[in-house]
Design a protein. Structure first.
Length: 291
């Protein structure tokens, strides 16, 4: 929503100021200039980007427009799922725990945390490290180092779309100059035409420079940095899992280990201790109470 509001303000101010100074809107409508700039930008993006990243870029843009950041329910589901797994690690047999992590879709623990179960990557991350805890041979600092490495890899993969889109956005001003030069070449071919015709052609050429700068600084840059913010917050769920499980491996009881994870959440979004305690007693915010 913020992106849409921002774009409305941008175009409203540009069009309003242009009309207020006596400009004619039809001069700004130069579809072939737009074709050169947007077409070249997209073509270069596709030429230099793996198909998986292209698809992920579309997904990232959708997430930015929807502001698809974790909400309190996502944090509570993650903490509640971790609590249930740590509680069972202390009280149940290895086979019972493995039933949850080998088939999370059928696990009551993960079913009580639907936002975690929906996030397949996060579910796999949790299951992999709970499995390592069950094995029991790895030390906590070794697991922590491995988690850090994997989180760094996840972050790198999630930011590939950001990097490629940023490169495309940065290229638009230069491509706008290319479009303007093509327009000037066209205008020079009509140098013998009357001044009003020649002036229209030169004005049309300058629209290319205007469009390239506008696309880069007023459209792509805000969108790109929104993608970075959204994906950075999504990564926070993995950090919560890391801090919670490492605290548990270092001897903290499940209730205390959860506090290690809760404290990694931004203070603006962090669930209260009471909300986390309620989640431990009543996972998923409803349904059957945990034993």
């Amino acid at each position: 929503m913020n992106i849409i509001i921002g774009l409305v303000i941008v175009f409203g101010c540009i069009i309003g100021s242009f009309l207020a100074t006596g400009g004619h809107l039809e001069v700004l409508w130069q579809p072939y200039e737009f074709l050169v700039i947007i077409g070249c930008g997209l073509g270069a993006f596709i030429a230099g980007t793996p198909m998986k990243v292209i698809k992920d870029s579309g997904k990232a843009i959708g997430e930015a427009f929807k502001n698809a950041v974790p909400k309190e329910r996502n944090y509570l589901d993650t903490l509640g799922c971790l609590y249930a797994l740590m509680r069972d690690l202390r009280t149940k047999s290895r086979n019972e725990i493995e039933a949850h992590i080998d088939n999370p879709d059928e696990s009551i623990i993960f079913q009580n945390a639907p936002s975690v179960l929906k996030n397949k990557d996060l579910t796999a991350f949790i299951c992999d490290y709970v499995r390592l805890i069950i094995i029991g041979n790895a030390r906590s600092h070794e697991i922590e180092a491995l988690m850090d490495e994997e989180i760094q890899t996840i972050d790198h993969d999630k930011m590939k779309a950001f990097t490629q889109l940023q490169n495309m956005g940065d290229s638009f001003p230069a491509i706008g100059i290319v479009a303007a030069v093509l327009g000037v070449i066209h205008a020079m071919g009509a140098i013998t035409e009357p001044p009003e015709v020649l002036g229209h052609l030169i004005g049309a050429a300058l629209v290319g420079t205007f469009t390239g700068i506008l696309l880069s600084y007023c459209i792509m840059n805000p969108l790109i940095y929104m993608i970075k913010a959204v994906r950075g917050k999504q990564l926070r769920l993995y950090v919560i899992v890391k801090q919670t499980l490492i605290a548990y491996m270092n001897g903290s009881v499940p209730q205390v280990a959860l506090e290690y994870g809760r404290k990694t959440i931004s203070s603006y979004e962090r669930p209260s201790i009471d909300a986390v305690e309620q989640e431990m007693m009543n996972p998923g915010g409803g349904g059957e109470k945990a034993a």
